[in-house]
Design a protein around this ligand. Structure first.
Ligand SMILES: Cc1cc2nc3c(=O)[nH]c(=O)nc-3n(C[C@H](O)[C@H](O)[C@H](O)COP(=O)(O)OP(=O)(O)OC[C@H]3O[C@@H](n4cnc5c(N)ncnc54)[C@H](O)[C@@H]3O)c2cc1C
Length: 305
């Protein structure tokens, strides 16, 4: 496995190891997990991670409180993943429901446990709330969390979220990009995008980021469709468009195996297009499974050293 020093010295410039990782001559690969709710789910997770390790990922991440999952389990899962598979890990962290002191406690624990990177997020409003509200003594936006990490926990590599189809609350793309730039300037090392199913959305976003002066790596986030109903729900939550042609084809048969195959074929095509366009990384929302992602990476002949 690739062991990374915290910093790399180039003359007087200090380059973070996460920035350095993106200088390799092959795309950086990461897999995103979520904390399982049961012991059975956790055991299955490690079996799937073992299969995913065949692709020699650069790091694995685990979500934090997403979709109602518990916050406490994130560090437990990534620690276990790091211990079992000897791979760098990233904890997602949102500001939802936490004061700055509680965020500090989390970051300190993560540092003590040798977590490598933080995916710094604002998070969605808690279920039942219409809009996001910071708690007393808490933070309002992801850029403030990046500020906190840069000021007090600069050991961490920092990834932030980007939205090829615009974040659902932003009035327009221009404003969303200004906010993204604020996060980047606060000290982020890479952007991971929300899922998308039309590469043109990603390429347009990448160009707009370049125009806005955003120069850090932008990693496409991919969620292969394996269960049409589930993906429809997730895509609607994330305000991601499922192209009509794709939806029509998925709907041709009310058959789970068919939908899996069509979903995987679409993801293979998307991945080929992205690799051909020289993307700097691939982030897979694997939903704690290995089958579809493995099939796709094998199909595009994604061999890594
Ligand atoms: C790769 C990835 C991983 C994710 N992981 C998780 C997870 O683990 N747990 C979870 O709960 N959710 C997760 N999410 C979802 C994410 O929390 C939501 O999309 C959330 O609504 C926005 O989070 P953000 O960090 O992008 O917020 P921000 O960057 O803070 O942006 C939120 C909104 O506010 C605007 N904005 C930003 N900064 C400012 C500012 N300073 N002033 C005014 N407006 C501003 C933005 O344009 C945007 O509309 C993830 C998303 C992605 C793409």
């Amino acid at each position: 496995m690739r062991r990374l020093a915290f910093y790399f010295y180039e003359g007087i410039t200090v380059t973070h190891s996460l920035t350095q990782l993106f200088k390799q001559d092959q795309p950086v690969v990461s897999f995103e997990l979520f904390p399982p709710k049961t012991e059975k789910g956790e055991a299955a997770l490690y079996r799937h991670v073992e299969k995913l390790m065949a692709f020699n990922p650069d790091f694995l991440t685990c979500t934090y409180g997403a979709g109602g999952s518990t916050q406490g389990k994130t560090l437990e899962i990534i620690n276990e993943v790091k211990k079992r598979f000897d791979v760098p890990v990233a904890s997602h962290l949102t500001v939802v429901g936490s004061t700055v002191d509680q965020l500090r406690d989390y970051l300190q624990t993560a540092k003590d446990q040798s977590v490598d990177y933080i995916v710094a997020l604002r998070g969605d409003p808690p279920q039942g709330s219409e809009s996001f509200e910071a708690v007393d003594g808490g933070l309002s936006y992801a850029n403030e969390l990046v500020d906190l990490i840069a000021a007090e926990y600069s050991n961490f590599g920092v990834l932030v979220a980007g939205y090829p189809e615009k974040h659902k609350e932003a009035p327009n793309m221009q404003v969303d990009l200004e906010n993204l730039k604020r996060k980047v300037d606060a000290g982020s090392h890479a952007i991971v995008t929300q899922l998308f199913y039309d590469n043109d959305d990603f390429f347009r976003f990448r160009d707009l980021c370049a125009d806005a002066g955003i120069t850090i790596p932008i990693v496409p986030g991919l969620l292969p469709v394996t269960n049409f109903e589930q993906v429809k729900r997730i895509a609607s939550m994330c305000a991601a468009t499922l192209p009509k042609r794709f939806v029509d084809r998925l709907g041709e048969r009310d058959d789970k195996e068919w939908q899996y195959q069509v979903g995987v074929e679409h993801a293979i095509e998307q991945t080929r297009g992205l690799l051909d366009a020289g993307i700097e990384g691939l982030h897979w929302y694997v939903l704690n499974r290995s089958d579809a992602t493995s099939e796709i990476l094998n199909a595009v002949d994604f061999n890594r050293v």
